[in-house]
Design a protein around this ligand. Structure first.
Ligand code: GDP
Ligand code: IMO
Ligand code: MG
Length: 429
């Protein structure tokens, strides 16, 4: 049984990249299955930082394959820039390491413009998207007017698709959003150079993964964003435009669920969120600022300050159920050292009633008042520790409380951003 899914259990930025990079060594390769360059996954190896937006977080391991699956939306310009940068640093020496599904959808310049113009028009009601065209691209996929990689790399097909689609896009951009439309010839010519580079990596992702399974290889599935940003089970409409949950690992890669044997949700030891939307345990005070400062909580993609708050077990219980998580990986425990007593949200009070599940509407979510359990903190620096038994006893109590409440084991504990600052508690494969 060869498949391990790593996904976000909160609102993204939980540390998925670090964990995928760490576990890649024990796998044969990594597949990204949804999202696009709204993601920013940070790896820190020997003190050197790498932020990936599209490339799977296994890319620093030359012998492991990296597949960008059909569920991802890919901006060619961002992709080309990212591979040039990683190659300049001596990685991706063999292009065969990287594969891109022929069925994934391409983000075109009009997707980005539509995303940005819509957000501007919304003013105070904006979602706070990353402005990368993610939502408009997924909309086109579902509306059956998208352009897939297989179309994009064929100049004739691509031109024909553009001729069908662009007039309607331009009308919408100009008449509804008050922007400037795109010239077909310019857009087409600009794309050709990108398409030539992309062509080197095109693969039928499903066939490729199937061949790996037949050779008994172990596969890591790398999620982007997090469960509370899932288009169905997140805090809708303040969500991203894809399913971020475990089932998307199948639909977004072309391998059925029977090949997945474990699903680990990544959570910070507290909570953060970038962009607008409900966040019941948010701290709008100096404690929140302390977490932001100590945790370096500024977005890897947009640099925006992340909103910070206490750990929320209602959010995590939701993630455990929606994804059928088999374990939790917890990151950033080092950030909590020295912050004093620690609170954990165990339930919400909504109109006088205690609830332990997430209401479906933003109005109700915003009315939820967190119910907290207060626990003892710890002051010792922990990043250098390499055995569970050496962790401060109040940290162990913190972990035990969470694990008991949620009835789920911790599979991995992260004590710092570096690859080696981790305690692996369960074999991934
Ligand atoms: P992702 O989107 O889930 O991959 O997470 P990001 O990379 O956007 O954000 C996580 C941030 O936390 C990055 O800057 C990581 O280097 C950092 N990080 C990951 N794990 C730890 C940890 O255990 N401790 C600390 N201090 N930082 C961590
Ligand atoms: P990683 O993979 C955190 C948020 C945006 C916004 C909402 C919708 O690094 O965890 P979008 O551009 O997707 O239409 O924006 O989703 N968002 C993320 N927040 N981490 C991410 O990715 C995110 N990707 C999108 O801030 O609130
Ligand atoms: Mg991130």
């Amino acid at each position: 049984m060869p498949g391990l899914v790593i996904l976000g259990a909160q609102w993204g930025d939980e540390g998925k990249g670090k964990i995928v990079d760490l576990l890649t060594e024990q796998s044969d390769g990594v597949v990204r299955f949804q999202g696009g360059n709204n993601a920013g996954h940070t790896l820190v190896v020997k003190g050197e930082k790498t932020i990936l937006h599209l490339l799977p977080s296994g890319i620093l391991h030359p012998k492991k394959f990296c597949l960008i699956g059909n569920g991802v939306v890919l901006d060619p310009a961002v992709f080309v820039d990212e591979i040039q940068k990683i190659k300049a640093r001596g990685y991706l020496k063999n292009d065969k390491q990287l594969k891109i599904s022929d069925r994934l959808h391409i983000i075109l310049p009009y997707h980005k413009l539509i995303d940005q113009l819509r957000e501007q028009a919304k003013g105070d009601n904006k979602i706070g998207t990353t402005g990368r065209g993610i939502g408009p691209c997924y909309e086109d996929k579902v509306a059956r007017r998208g352009i897939r990689l297989a179309d994009y790399i064929s100049p004739d097909l691509f031109r024909r698709r553009l001729e069908e689609i662009l007039p309607e896009k331009n009308l919408y951009i100009e008449r509804v959003l008050g922007g400037r439309g795109f010239d077909l010839e310019e857009l087409y010519q600009e794309s050709l150079a990108h398409a030539r580079i992309l062509k080197n990596y095109v693969e039928d992702g499903s066939l490729f993964l199937d061949s790996q399974i037949k050779k008994k290889k172990n596969i890591l599935f790398e999620g982007a964003q997090g469960t509370s940003l899932d288009v169905d089970y997140g805090t809708y409409p303040f969500v991203t435009s894809s399913n971020t949950s475990a089932a998307a690992a199948s639909t977004g890669s072309g391998l059925g669920p029977k090949h997945i044997h474990q699903i680990w949700g990544v959570t910070k030891a507290y909570s953060t969120r970038v962009g607008s939307g409900p966040f019941p345990s948010e701290l709008n005070d100096e404690k929140g600022q302390l977490l932001r400062d100590k945790g370096g909580e500024y977005g890897s993609t947009t640099g925006r300050p992340r909103r910070c708050g206490w750990l929320d077990l209602v959010i995590l219980a939701h993630a455990i159920r929606v994804n059928s998580l088999t374990g939790l990986a917890i990151t950033k425990l080092d950030v909590l050292a020295g912050v004093g007593r620690i609170k954990v949200c165990t339930a919400y009070k909504l109109r006088g009633k205690i609830i332990k599940s997430l209401p479906a509407t933003v109005e109700e979510l915003n009315a939820c008042v967190p119910v907290y359990k207060e626990l003892k903190g710890w002051n010792e620096p922990i990043s250098a520790l390499r055995s569970f038994s050496k962790l401060p006893s109040s940290l162990k109590d913190y972990l035990k409380f969470i694990s008991d409440q949620l009835e789920i084991p911790f599979t991995l504990i992260s004590l710092g951003p570096g690859r080696e600052e981790s305690l692996l508690l369960k074999k991934p494969f």
